[in-house]
Design a protein. Structure first.
Length: 324
């Protein structure tokens, strides 16, 4: 009997074609498997699942997967998967590191430019019929050249952002669990800040690239926001709950910080209502990796892990396995 793979919603067709050349593949409708009960009902029929970050792969789901051998997440993050349960039930877990570095780094720079130069506010002003002539004081913003960028989380994407920011003339400082190697620091002219407080106080723009953990949940809260200058810009393309949205909305409305660009949200897909009309706040629907090249590469990396495990390739030869 042919092995079966569940892809929880439509992805790049070439990835589906690759999986179908080896297995029977079912593709769910968008949103169907955002519900734990739907996953529990479906999972017993499959040897592999390729889920999205929005799909809760809980212990109950994994336990119900009596034939399940691998969960290959369609993302670099995997906070939607109960790793302990997967280990307990001897189910492999894979993610997709590395392939989305460039698209996410480019997108982050785009948010910085858009917020610092107030693109969204200016467009809304124009479309509302308020533009009647050039104004010498109209929509004055912050130039990236000469600004200090504080990066929280100097992994692949954070480093990619730093390389691009340096090319734009920005000064780089970063906060990370571990200091990066000296060669990278020298290439980027990057300064290590052991204390997050120091980075926040000394940065014109702060960009978040840390994983979501117990330690980083609400890392940027009311206290952290109070350390920012009134023209500091916050960018988040990491995970929504790293930022306390209610506190951020308050800071934006009170104009105690200069602006924010958010691609991820605390209770995604819901967005805090006070962020929706906050001044100089640009909101995008989790699209930092949304280039065709990157989404195809993400899918192929997940598909290759599934093919490897289901065809009994040694786990040591599959580079993107997290565990076991």
């Amino acid at each position: 009997m042919s092995q079966r793979v569940l892809v929880t919603e439509p992805i790049i067709p070439s990835v589906i074609d690759k999986l179908e050349s080896h297995f029977q593949v079912d593709v769910g409708e968008r949103g169907t498997y955002n519900d734990e009960e739907a996953l529990i009902e479906a999972i017993p029929r499959y040897e592999a699942i390729l889920p999205m970050l929005s799909n809760p792969i809980t212990e109950q789901v994994i336990e119900a997967g009596e034939n399940l051998k691998i969960i290959a997440n369609h993302a670099v993050g995997y906070n939607n998967i109960d790793l302990e349960a997967a280990d307990k039930h001897n189910v492999y877990v894979a993610n997709t590191p590395g392939v989305l570095t460039d698209s996410c780094a480019e997108f982050t720079i785009g948010l910085m430019l858009a917020v610092s130069r107030r693109f969204f506010e200016a467009q809304r002003y124009l479309l509302n019929g308020k533009f009647n002539n050039w104004e010498p004081l109209g929509f004055l913003g912050k130039e990236l050249n000469g600004s200090t960028l504080g990066i929280v989380g100097m992994g692949r994407i954070g480093t990619g952002v730093a390389r691009r920011a340096k090319a734009l003339g920005m000064d780089i400082q970063y906060h990370n669990r571990n200091r990066v190697d000296k060669e990278t620091e020298q290439q980027l002219d990057a300064t290590y800040c052991q204390e997050l407080k120091t980075l926040i106080q000394d940065s014109d723009i702060i960009s978040l690239h840390c994983p979501l953990t117990d330690e980083t949940h609400h890392l940027i809260d009311e206290g952290a926001l109070s350390l920012m200058d009134d023209d500091t810009i916050l960018i988040n393309t990491s995970r929504g709950p790293v930022v306390e949205e209610a506190a951020l909305a308050e800071a934006l409305h009170n104009e105690t910080i200069g602006g924010a660009g958010l691609d991820v949200f605390e209770h995604e897909p819901d967005v805090h209502p006070r962020l929706q009309d906050a001044p100089n706040c640009l909101l995008t629907p989790h699209i930092a990796s949304a280039s065709y090249q990157t989404r195809e590469a993400i899918g192929m990396l997940a598909a290759n892990a599934i093919i490897g495990i289901l065809q009994n390739q040694p786990a040591s030869e599959i580079p993107n396995l997290i565990q076991p």
